[in-house]
Design a protein around this ligand. Structure first.
Ligand code: SER
Length: 318
């Protein structure tokens, strides 16, 4: 990994992954690529920045050739809730876009492709508690269908072409920097923002909807550690479960109320409830622990403390 391209660099994960990779590998060795959203000055100026469209293969190819890229982190994706409103778009970006990336990897003989999968790869028939790595993958959302396809394609390119494709099934990711867009787990971030701004929050998921979640520093550590893992130790490639914490909306509210006692919440589940109901509550991540020493650092209490500390100056100027 000498020259890295991060596609989706302006998104929730990309905007924090790029600075971390630049610190680790050098500013000039990490090319950040966005689609249409304006990057922050830091993202655009600290190192190379390009615009690409994963559906326009040539636009990615040009950047790969111009910068001598050997590793791609593909974070371009339409998330679950938007995917249910625009299934054709989700299919196109997540499947056809990712296929373009894999083909570039094969044709240009890249060293590595990193790509997230998701808890959305599971479905209502999957065991919901401590969900095994190997289990029933019959998702009922378009997002989930594209994620299962991506996992299978990644494993296929590894077996057939020797392309080193690695991926992990992210739970809901919580962060204080760039808000996500169009996810079912986004309620959790909205709840922190409302609490810090002193506002009431109406949750679009109901009480009891426990889902696996992870704080951004752990999400970044997971993908970077997996990228650096010794390939001879990997039995899995594109489909690692990674677990950190699980909570339902009312448990998150209680955790926030310990820091912000005035905070109030009510619950009005919408179409996203059905998506949440089809996903696991917690994951068995023993494969990731054994094969590349995965271990999360944050639980709910530690995350809430840090989120509130980070969001308070940002949202209130205090
Ligand atoms: N956070 C994602 C979503 O809610 C799950 O991968 O869509």
């Amino acid at each position: 990994m000498k020259k890295i391209l991060v596609i989706g660099a302006v998104g929730q994960i990309g905007s924090e992954l790029v600075p971390l990779l630049r610190t680790k590998y050098g500013n000039e060795n990490v090319v950040a690529a966005g689609h249409s959203k304006k990057p922050t000055d830091d993202l655009a100026n600290a190192g190379p920045f390009e615009f690409v469209n994963v559906l326009d293969k040539e636009s990615v190819e040009t950047v790969v050739k111009d910068h001598g890229i050997d590793t791609i982190y593909n974070l371009a994706a339409i998330l679950s809730a938007t995917g249910e409103q625009k299934p054709q778009l989700a299919y196109n970006v997540n499947n056809n876009g990712y296929f373009n990336i894999l083909e570039i990897g094969r044709e240009q003989e890249l060293e590595r492709i990193m790509t997230p999968s998701s808890i959305a790869a599971f479905g209502p028939e999957t065991p919901r508690d401590n969900t095994p790595n190997e289990t029933i993958l019959k998702p009922t959302t378009m997002y989930g269908i594209t994620k299962v396809t991506g996992e299978l394609l990644g494993n296929y390119y590894f077996q057939k072409y020797g392309l080193d494709v690695r991926g992990l099934r992210y739970p809901g990711i919580i962060s204080s920097e760039t808000p996500p867009g169009g996810g079912t787990t986004d309620y959790s971030i909205e709840m922190y923002y409302a609490a810090v701004k002193g506002e009431h929050y109406t949750s679009f998921l109901g009480e009891g909807s426990a889902l696996p979640m992870m704080y951004m520093p752990d999400a970044l550590k997971a993908i970077v550690d997996l990228a650096e893992a010794d390939i001879s130790k990997l039995t899995h490639h594109s489909d690692f479960n990674v677990n950190a914490m699980s909570f339902a909306p009312e448990e998150l509210a209680t955790s926030i109320q310990k820091e912000c006692p005035e905070f109030t919440v009510d619950y009005k589940p919408d179409f996203r409830q059905a998506i949440a109901d089809s996903w696991p509550k917690s994951l068995d991540d023993s494969a990731a622990r054994q094969e590349w020493n995965w271990k999360p650092g944050y639980d709910l209490k530690a995350m809430t403390k840090d989120m509130i500390e980070k969001l308070t100056p940002k949202l209130t100027g205090e």
